[in-house]
Design a protein around this ligand. Structure first.
Ligand code: 13P
Ligand code: SF4
Length: 390
């Protein structure tokens, strides 16, 4: 984790109203030189200052479209700011208000581990292996993937990216010659591949902490997907049992979850998809509908407030599922960042070196060219599973 210098004491003694007023003043002072991007999991008190909000895919698109701004202040986590730096021109400086806002999932795939896994897998099978990384990964991992003819994906387009990686090879087709190394979220990989009709026995979990990933040569030769053993510490708090509990309390609740959740939960849920998909589904749902949502608490509470009295929206789990690193971005850090910019000083710049940038950009551009609707599971997702073919 990066080090974040403590803020000057004055920021701790300011009232919320003072912070709000001064952030707005700094925003108008910096004008078009500044764009603030905010992920849906941010706290409301931060998101209210964002010029644009979105999920990881939409924010990457928005970052790539910034032509006028000199500064992009990213209210999200470190890998998102890195992606924004990769996708913007050299004159744009990307800033993360608190350097300790990382992502534990991204940290689960170190570049050395990925390189070791690649060496081992490509030595063991003659099949073409396409590396795919969820954007929740370091710039170094993205560069590795770009340099090996792979692509990034987000939860908004993971099915489209997997289809691309397999070159149109469908589940059940004979002589599958392409395989996918999916980094670093095993759950998104499993849910997406399964949603495309691939059976679970085509998927092998690659555990970077075990010799040879914990796989035998035979398992490597027969698997189609190598799912990196990573997960999101927030989404793993949602369980299939919570679906039973909620339905036993009120069977009218529909359950919608993010595909970073465990496969058994996604199977029980009515729908699964990216944060934009979740928002859109609830927006379009009829008045009186009831939703239990398996994703980060700030987004769920925002939806509950927005539709209060019209639709019922609640968190699927009884406990608060909070992304503690996103939560580190608060009004104090945002104001400090803007104060420094107004004084002509750039703090907390996220800068990816040019060589890494060039390769990572290949993977990110492929991701941006493969758009999806964010759905990981709908009523029409196939349930009949063909057997895995070797
Ligand atoms: P999306 O923004 O792709 O929905 O992913 C959620 C998430 O966990 C971001 O870190
Ligand atoms: Fe990472 Fe999960 Fe937080 Fe997203 S919600 S930033 S995947 S820890």
């Amino acid at each position: 984790m990066l080090y974040q210098a403590p803020l000057a004491p004055k920021y701790s003694t300011m009232t919320e109203e003072d912070l709000r007023r001064q952030i707005l003043a700094r925003k108008s002072q910096l004008g078009r030189r500044l764009v603030i991007l905010g992920h849906h999991y941010q706290q409301d008190e931060v998101l209210e200052f964002a010029d644009f909000t979105g999920d990881s895919f939409k924010l990457s698109q928005l970052a790539s479209q910034q032509k006028d701004a000199e500064f992009v202040v990213f209210c999200g986590v470190h890998f998102m700011a890195e992606s924004a730096d990769i996708l913007t021109s050299d004159r744009v400086q990307v800033i993360l208000p608190d350097l300790t806002a990382g992502c534990s999932m991204a940290d689960m795939a170190g570049i050395d581990q990925v390189e070791d896994a690649w060496d081992h897998l490509t030595r063991t099978t003659d099949a073409v292996i396409v590396p795919i990384t969820y954007v929740n990964s370091s710039a170094a991992v993205k560069a590795f993937v770009g340099g090996h003819d792979g692509a990034c994906c987000t939860s908004s387009n993971a099915p489209q990216v997997l289809r691309w990686a397999l070159g149109g090879e469908e589940s059940g087709a004979p002589n599958v010659r392409r395989k996918v190394l999916f980094l670093p979220d095993q759950h998104l990989g499993r849910n997406t591949a399964f949603g495309l009709g691939w059976p679970l026995d085509c998927m092998a979990v690659y555990d970077p902490k075990l010799p040879n990933g914990g796989l035998t040569d035979e398992q490597i030769r027969s698997a189609v997907f190598f799912l990196w053993k990573g997960h999101c510490s927030v989404h793993q708090l949602f369980t299939a049992r919570q679906v039973d509990e909620i339905r036993s309390i009120d069977p009218d609740y529909r359950v919608i979850v993010h595909p970073e959740c465990d496969w058994s939960l996604v199977q029980k849920a009515d729908l699964a998809g990216s944060t934009e998909f979740i928002i859109r589904t609830i927006e379009n749902a009829p008045a009186g509908s009831k939703w239990a949502v398996g994703t980060e608490v700030h987004l769920v509470h925002r939806l509950a407030k927005r539709f209060e009295g019209v639709k019922s929206v609640r968190l699927l789990a009884g406990i608060q599922c909070l992304c503690t690193t996103m939560y580190r971005i608060d009004m104090k850090h945002l104001l400090w960042t803007l104060d420094e910019l107004a004084a002509g000083r750039i703090v907390n710049r996220i800068h990816v070196d040019p060589e890494t940038k060039t390769l990572a950009r290949i993977a990110l551009d492929r991701m941006l060219s493969l758009t999806g609707d964010g759905a990981a599971k709908t009523a029409s997702t196939p349930r009949a599973i063909a057997a895995c073919v070797d």
